[in-house]
Design a protein. Structure first.
Length: 120
């Protein structure tokens, strides 16, 4: 087993707590499923949100789906001219026997084109 990191991102159309929660939960579910990650494999999860998202903490959505015992941290994404607006990003640290090139990074909604160089 090795410590690995899985990336993901999604967007919301409007900054509401309901949309932040539903999009983060959908993203986390896909990241876990596509990589066969089990709850006990999780080491920590870092969430970032662009400055235009102020309605909710993404970590609250993770806690609501049973990940409250996993260390969770939220931060604000850098404000870069031309960057994807209303974007939520995730960096999930996991214990895994998968090689780095076997990991499936997940980009949903308006974030699909952010990392088209990575396999999904």
């Amino acid at each position: 087993m090795a410590l690995r990191a899985v990336r993901g991102a999604t967007t919301v159309e409007v900054d509401t707590a309901e949309q932040v929660y539903s999009r983060i939960q959908a993203l986390l579910e896909q990241m876990l499923a596509r990589n066969a990650i089990h709850h006990d494999d999780l080491v920590s999860i870092l969430f970032t949100a662009t400055a235009d998202i102020t309605s909710a903490f993404p970590a609250t959505a993770a806690r609501a789906m049973g990940l409250g015992d996993v260390p969770l941290l939220c931060a604000q994404e850098l404000s870069i001219v031309g960057a994807q607006p209303l974007c939520l990003r995730v960096l999930m640290h996991v214990e895994s026997s998968a090689r780095r090139d076997e990991l499936h990074h997940v980009y949903l909604e308006g974030a699909r084109g952010l990392r088209d160089d990575l396999p999904q």
